[in-house]
Design a protein around this ligand. Structure first.
Ligand SMILES: Cc1ncc(COP(=O)(O)O)c(C=O)c1O
Length: 364
């Protein structure tokens, strides 16, 4: 008898961005900058930090398993009812929970090839069939192609908007015909991890569409603009019946006491969110122009990161050279972009340092 099912044996684990401490230890250097995981370089909100500190004194107690206060705060922040809100240990857990709760044996998970790898991992870990539509024009979701691959077995569709690792997005005009074509028995998950950074014309976050499409599930996170990736807190919005099913399947205390308290406080710190947005609004175009000046093809991005392709170069080799310069960036060969790297938009000095190091590394 096999120890594990073949779908588990063949899983390739998720490769996270290298932690700063690990790089400093391995290379014997200090002053390492991490531009690899789309974290907020401004840090967490001071209000969230104060709430986390206060909550830390109470960690002898179990957290509120229903996350009542956090769900109420999220509902008021989003203009939905608390019954529509669910929370998880990062939105990554919620991606996995969608598959675990809803996708039966013989049913399919549909997503875009080269999009966020967690969708593929979740399907594979549960032995469910994954169907992928290729991207169009290299970096963009092809909603028509996805529509063509949907069938009566398609149970969950994952759409990242904006996408990771490309940063590209699709508009309401593209999304609505796709939603119209999906049967109500197919759940469409809009993963909006980077929604707070978006200012593109024609972009519509899915909240406004949820009444029209009861099969919509929206996922968001405190890991990106809220600067709380280390606390692991994600959330979603769906119709109460679906939330009820997710509640039955999730672990009883899937979000911890410190994260819940910090999350409530973070929602109240609009100045911190605005500062994160302003940083990216200023720095992303500068970094993009700098990368283009170095000969890169850069995918248009609405996230806090840029995917840059360096024709004729090997992304992994560039990554290793940048590492030696004290810069941790993200190789994306695993996503099918072997000559590209993904760069998180950092602080102004970090972006300047990155462009200077890249110029050296590309010239070598
Ligand atoms: C598109 C997208 N969805 C979800 C996540 C997961 O975020 P977390 O589990 O930290 O909430 C990420 C993180 O990189 C992401 O890029």
């Amino acid at each position: 008898m096999a120890l594990v099912p073949s779908n588990v044996a063949s899983l390739t684990p998720y490769v996270p961005g290298k932690p700063i401490e690990e790089v400093e230890r391995e290379l014997g250097i200090s002053d390492v900058a991490k531009l690899a995981s789309n974290e907020n370089p401004l840090g967490p909100s001071p209000l969230a930090l104060a709430a986390a500190r206060a909550a830390a004194a109470k960690v002898n107690l179990y957290p509120d398993g229903s996350a009542f206060l956090l769900r109420r705060a999220l509902a008021s922040h989003l203009g939905v009812t608390p019954e529509e809100v669910f929370v998880g240990n990062g939105s990554n857990e919620l991606i996995e929970l969608m598959v675990r709760t809803f996708v039966l044996d013989g049913e399919e998970v549909l997503t875009s090839a080269q999009s966020f790898v967690a969708y593929r991992l979740a399907a594979q870990a549960h032995g469910r069939t994954l169907v992928e539509a290729p991207m169009k024009a290299r970096f963009h979701y092809d909603l028509e192609g996805l529509k063509a691959r949907a069938n009566s077995r398609t149970k969950v569709v994952f759409l990242a908007n904006p996408d990771n690792p490309t940063g590209t997005w699709f508009t309401e005009r593209e999304l609505v015909p796709f939603l119209d074509a999906m049967p109500k028995s197919t759940l469409v998950v809009l993963d909006e991890a980077y929604v707070e950074y978006v200012d593109a014309a024609g972009y519509q976050d899915a909240l406004a569409l949820r009444k029209r499409y009861p099969n919509l599930v929206i996922l968001r996170t405190f890991s990106k603009i809220y600067g709380m990736a280390g606390l692991r807190l994600g959330y979603g919005v769906a119709r109460p019946e679906l939330v009820g099913f997710l509640d039955r399947v999730r672990a009883p205390f899937n979000t911890n006491l410190v994260a819940q308290a910090a999350g409530v406080a973070a929602l109240g710190d609009t100045a911190h969110v605005e500062a994160g947005r302003a940083l990216v609004r200023e720095e992303r175009p500068r970094l993009e122009a700098g990368l283009k000046a170095l000969g890169a093809t850069v995918a248009p991005s609405q996230g806090n990161f840029l995917l840059a392709d360096f024709p004729g170069k090997v992304g992994q080799a560039l990554f290793e050279k940048l590492l030696r310069e004290g810069l941790v960036v993200r190789p994306v060969a695993g996503y099918g972009f072997p000559s590209a790297l993904r760069f998180t938009v950092g602080l102004p000095a970090e972006n300047t340092r990155l462009l200077a190091a890249l110029a050296r590394v590309l010239a070598a």
